[in-house]
Structure formats: C-alpha cells, structure tokens
Design a protein around this ligand. Structure first.
Ligand code: NAP
Ligand code: MG
Length: 498
C-alpha cells in the first residue's frame, strides 16, 4: 500500500467502515426498520470489514414513497434539464476527486486490483455521469407527419417523459460502475430511483450516496437500500415502482420478469453470457493471445461478456493456447490492495465454491486443464486461471456461465463461416462475441451471422456512447448511449386537430 492509500485506509477504518452503514431514504440515513444488519466481507482474506443495514419490505415502501414524492411533487420534476445536467457533471467531478478512496473501497469489498479499480471502475464511473449529463438536455421527441391523414388538418409529435420511479438492482462484479451505468441515464431522463446494490458489495454505492448529497441532489431522488435475500423482490413487486433495471443472472432476470407483471413494470435486463471467441488462422497472434487472455482473466473472469468459449483454427490452436497459458502462468495473483496484483480473488465464498465446482465437474467429465484447474491453497477466495481443452459442447463447463477465470477451448478446420457461426451461436446466451482476423471481409460476414449484442473484432472496449446488451437470454434492452437514456422514458404522442 502506498502512503496515500494507507491514509485512506486508516480514515475508512476509523470512519466509514467503523459503524454499521445505514439506508438512504428520502435524504436521510436511517437504520432498517427491523434493525437488522448483515456483514460485508473482504474476499482477499475472508474477514468482515463492515456491517450494513438489511432493508425489508417496510423500508422499500418508505423509499418508494420518498422517490414518488421527489418525482411528482418535489424539486426534481421542477428542475430544468440543464440544472439536472449540472448535478450529474458535478457528481462526475466528485467521483474523480475521491478516486483513490472509492477505488480502495471497491478493492476491499470486491477484491479487484486497486490499479484496475482506479483506471477502470472509478474513472469510467466519473466519465459516465459526465456523458449522461449531456443527454439530460437532449431528450427530444420527433415530429410525426400524418401518413394517411391530411397533414394540413393535423399536427402530431412525440415527447419523451421520464418513466417515473425506477428500481435499480446491480451486481457485484463492477459494483460502482454498474450502479452508475443505471443511475446516470435514469437521472438524466428525469426519473427518481431506488438503488439496491448486490449484498456482496454494497459499500461503494453507499459512499456514492454521500457524494450525491454533498453535490446537492435533492432528497428522495436517489434512495439506497442495502439488503440480503428479500429487498430485491420487494422492490420488484412494489406497485409504486414503474420500472426495474437489473444486471445479474438469467435466473433472477426471469424471476423479475414474472414478478413485474402486477403493475406491468417496464423491465431492462442485462444478464449472463457464454460468449464465443473465434480466432481465424490469419489473425495477428500477439493481438489474439493478449485479447483472449484479457477477455477471460480480467476481473477474475467475473465479467458478463467474458470470452469463455474459444474456437481457434487448428493451424493456430496450439500456438494460441501456449501463448494464453504462458500469460496465465505469469499473472501476479494476490490481494487487490497490492499495487502489482493483476488478478484478485473471486468475490465470495459462494462464488469460489461455484467456480471450483465447475472445475471439478469439467475434469471429471474429461476436460483437460492445460493450466489451473483448482482453487488456490491460501486464505481468501482465490482460484487458478484455467484453460480447458478437450471439453466437448455437452459439458457444463462449455455450456454454462461460470463467472470465473475459466476458458474452454476447441479447434475448427473448415472455412465455412455459416458452420463456424452456427457453433458460436449454439448457446442460450447472446451478449458478446469476439473475432480475430485481418480479413475485413471475413470480419464483416461473421459479425453479421453471430447472434450477440456486441461483436468485438481484434479487441474492443465498452464505451458510454456504444449501446450494450444482449440477444436471446442475455437480456432485454440496451444500456449506454442514447438507448440507455431512452430506456428510462415513455414516449407520448400529441395529436392536434388544426
Ligand atoms: P444474482 O442472483 O443474479 O442477483 C442477485 C441480486 O438479485 C441480489 O441483489 C438480490 O437481491 C436480487 N434478487 C434475487 N432474487 C430476486 C428476485 N426474485 N427479484 C428481485 N431481485 C432479486 O447474482 P448472484 O447470485 O450474486 O450471482 C449468481 C450468478 O449471476 C453469477 O455466478 C453469474 O453467473 C451471474 N452474474 C451475472 C452478472 C452480470 O454482469 N450479468 C453479474 C453478477 C452475477 P436480494 O438479496 O435482496 O434478493
Ligand atoms: Mg465484499
């Protein structure tokens, strides 16, 4: 730990992490009505680092009332889009000003390397608020000239209005960034919110709530409910919530859809994936090795769009696997708090057991571990980066989302793009796909054939201005870009008889 981080650590120990963190409801920090709390763990050593309030249905009800009031009667609905934009921009600045502290919170809570938390999670969170500050003033409707009626007699146009009170249920893999990716567009669109961070990683969202108060967000615009086991469902079932935006597993996504029917909530879902990676023989091997390794080992494989099913042409298969295994073997694995750590632990004991279970199942089914294949013998939730060859497409490790640093690889020999795409598409998911080739024609043709929300050719990025989301069971709707903000609006058509 360097001196600045040590100072933040000491401050957190004597302040933020010391007393149980409360819920943010209607602009006030309060205990759960039941008084219940639950522990928060540091995955690097399995120690308890904090306690947070465990919100129940009563707390959800109060938060919904506060959000409704701020939406219908409060200053949020009366505030101009330009003033909302200013608040969003200021929040981006506040995140940047507290970058080290927030990165440290993220590392202690989630386990990720602090240098990654700083460069990716926190930097992108600041940038995303600023990006959506720009959209707050651009939620335009359109002119809709009548098609089958006399345009001289009718004038028709649309407006976009905020959908209302929205519930945002966020995952533990990028705790702050996923919360921000929902809050920023929701607030830009003019909604009021109830944020429910994952129980494994609630701390950065709670700190964000304090920063939102400091920069001047009115009471009730953002309510934050930490909870464990019942809070999410209570938000989804509440008749006063107009929309749910959820990122997490497909199973919970399905439960949310069912529970949303009471008042026909709008639902956006960003769910799991088992994304294919296709490496053609003409690919730049250095680029492919680097990209495939990063695509499965970054964030300890806990990435919804991880490239976890590798199809490599037989001419380059051995070279590629050797290169990725060499990279995996050199990864500096350890507590995220150490500045040279490249891969941290997985987030929880449960996730460690889950990933280890898949590793055992893969080996028992006959997959060969070129490297890795087991959890690590040390404190904390550490698992070895693993590459399975000889895995067949019926194995659980090949078909199911593991959400760990586990790559399954196979080779292909034919040049028939339809056949290759059919294999890549042989999954219930459709979040992302990765293609490595120098042939522009092949790249475009295969990109068109693959059923996934994002296709990344020779690498790629996630960007605030590029829509992100899934085909098939990887989700409903898109985050980021114009689509991300429009997802928090309703279209209203206004027809004027002239
Ligand atoms: P999860 O089950 O998908 O989601 C847990 C979250 O959903 C919690 O906040 C929980 O809140 C809420 N929830 C659970 N049941 C609900 C319901 N019926 N209605 C509304 N909300 C509900 O996540 P997980 O168990 O931590 O992870 C399991 C797997 O999900 C991972 O292994 C991975 O495959 C996948 N995952 C995907 C992503 C992604 O980015 N797409 C992220 C994280 C995990 P309560 O505690 O209040 O119930
Ligand atoms: Mg934790």
């Amino acid at each position: 730990m360097n001196i600045a981080i040590q100072q933040h650590y000491d401050n957190l120990q004597s302040g933020f992490l010391k007393s149980p963190r409360q819920l943010l409801v209607g602009g006030r920090w309060v205990d759960a009505r039941s008084g219940a709390t639950f522990p928060v763990y540091n995955p690097a050593n399995a120690s308890v680092i904090a306690h947070v309030a465990d919100a129940g249905p009563d707390d959800v009800d109060l938060a919904v009332k506060a959000a409704r009031h701020a939406f219908e009667d409060g200053p949020w609905s009366r505030m101009s889009p330009a003033d909302r934009a200013k608040l969003l921009w200021r929040l981006g600045d506040a995140i940047e000003a507290h970058a080290e502290e927030l990165a440290l919170i993220e590392t202690l809570d989630n386990g990720k390397p602090i240098k990654v938390a700083l460069a990716l999670d926190i930097a992108s969170s600041a940038e995303r608020f600023r990006y959506y500050a720009g959209w707050a003033t651009k939620m335009n409707g359109e002119l809709c000239p009548p098609a089958a009626h006399d345009g001289g007699k009718f004038h028709a146009f649309t407006t976009r209005q905020p959908v209302g009170v929205v519930g945002l249920i966020t995952p533990w893999n990028f705790p702050l960034l996923m919360a921000v990716s929902k809050l920023a567009p929701a607030l830009a669109a003019g909604c009021t919110t109830i944020l429910k961070p994952a129980e494994q990683t609630p701390l950065s969202s709670l700190r964000l709530g304090e920063l939102m108060q400091e920069v001047g967000f009115p009471d009730g615009v953002v309510n934050i409910l930490t909870g464990f086991g019942q809070t999410g469902a209570a938000i989804v079932e509440h008749p006063g919530v107009d929309k749910i935006s959820f990122t997490g597993s497909t199973d919970v996504g399905r439960a949310i859809v069912k529970a949303s029917t009471g008042n026909m909530k709008r639902v956006t879902l960003e769910l799991g994936g088992k994304s294919p990676v296709i490496v053609f023989p003409d690919a730049d091997m250095n680029v492919a090795v680097e990209g495939v390794a990063r695509g499965i080992f970054a964030n300890t494989g806990q990435v919804c769009q991880a490239g976890s099913r590798l199809f490599a042409h037989e001419k380059v298969f051995d070279q590629l696997i050797e290169g990725i295994a060499a990279k995996a073997g050199k990864l500096k694995i350890g507590p995220g708090i150490e500045f040279d750590t490249e891969m941290g632990p997985v987030v929880s004991q449960e996730q460690l057991d889950r990933v280890a279970g898949y590793l055992t199942a893969g080996l028992e089914a006959g997959a060969k571990a070129v490297i890795g294949g087991t959890k690590m013998k040390r404190d904390g939730y550490f698992v070895e980066p693993t590459i399975f060859t000889s895995s067949t497409t019926d194995m659980a490790v090949w078909r199911e989302e593991i959400f760990g640093p586990v790559l399954c690889a196979t080779s292909f020999s034919d040049a028939d793009l339809d056949h290759i795409a059919a294999q890549a598409n042989d999954t219930e998911y459709g979040l992302a796909a990765y293609v490595y080739t120098r042939d522009l024609s092949v790249a475009h043709k295969i990109a068109k054939k693959i059923k996934a929300g994002s296709i990344r050719i020779n690498g790629g990025m996630v960007d605030s201005n590029v829509p992100f989301g899934g085909f098939k069971q990887s989700g409903w709707g898109r985050e980021n870009g114009r689509e991300g903000a429009e997802a928090f609006t309703e279209i209203k058509s206004v027809i004027i008889s002239l």
